[in-house]
Design a binder for this molecule. Sequence first.
Ligand code: GLV
Ligand code: MN
Ligand code: MN
Length: 382
Amino acid sequence: MWDELQPIGRDPGTGGYRRYAWTPVDATLREWFTGAAEARGLEVVLDRAGNQWAWWGNPDETPGVVLGSHLDSVPDGGAFDGPLGVVSAFAALDGLPARPSTPIGIVNFADEEGARFGVACTGSRLLTGALRPEAALALRDGDGTALGEVIGVGPEHVGRDEQTLRRIGAFVELHVEQGRALVDTGDAVGIGASIWPHGRWRVELPGEANHAGTTALADRRDPMLALAALVQQVRASAQRHDALATCGKVAVSPNAVNAVPSSVTAWVDARGADEARVRAVLAEIEAAVVAAGGRLVEESWTGSTPFTPSLSRELQAILGPVPVLPTGAGHDAGVLATAGVPSAMLFVRNPTGVSHSPAEHAEESDCLAGVAALTAVLAGLL
Ligand code: GLV
Ligand code: MN
Ligand code: MN
């Protein structure tokens, strides 16, 4: 399975993956998912949010145990974030000694990274109703294409999907660790505890377009200076409040070497162990942005998200003493847990901790330990 997925959406220059939701590359990944499911006798259906579900048994009679993750990536992402959870789900199914009477589901969540339309976990948020259908359908990508034009579900059907939600008895998402906690504890596999509060904000910094060679410095309204101050402010505020904040995406207009820009748009991602410190970081950033004549708009916010404690305890009982870890990364399992769907996570050791990068990695032996743990969890929950 890993060999089949390896070339799909990989940029030969950077070695990173560009697997954006509802693009031709995503269609190829979805075909792969359907093929892997059908080869195992599972029935594949699309929900009202564009997520793919592969079912063994009839989940309308008895809710199933669901495994899976996502196949999309961030720009120039790694091979493991998402696909490891989907591949491990199929491998765990293969590892069962016999097919049970309890239904089993495997899910491929759509647009988990939000790389194309800007909202992370779009598929699970739409499924649970955390994202309103009108808001989702109106989201536009960088080329101006609306999500409603590409989601592959009629606009009148898009939205919270009660039937799909009723089918999920429990959801367990296996994921490559996006940090080095398991390196420090010396374990191949850990259990997720909770997701830090996190959000995304858009910063608009206006300026005045002008000639780079004829406009005196004193006469310029150059939004690049405000951007430089913003980047420094983001770092300083995160440091002051012991949080994380990143300015990782910028759009400069018109983006010409010999022109003072007319405007700059920048995006800020901020996360922290508790909501108060993330809000404190944002308050400082917003004050600086407003003082510079700009504005800050919240594009998404997710509060502190514990995974379902009773299910996590079941995983601990099945797996024995393994580390239980919080994470700063967002996941569909968190969205489901918040919506009241029993959800838990397993993490597989990442030797460098690097993620959202072509250098993201997990050793084959640790991936196999992850599959063994997921198989045990699946068998234990059935
Ligand atoms: C998703 O990986 C996120 O945490 O941004
Ligand atoms: Mn990710
Ligand atoms: Mn992920």
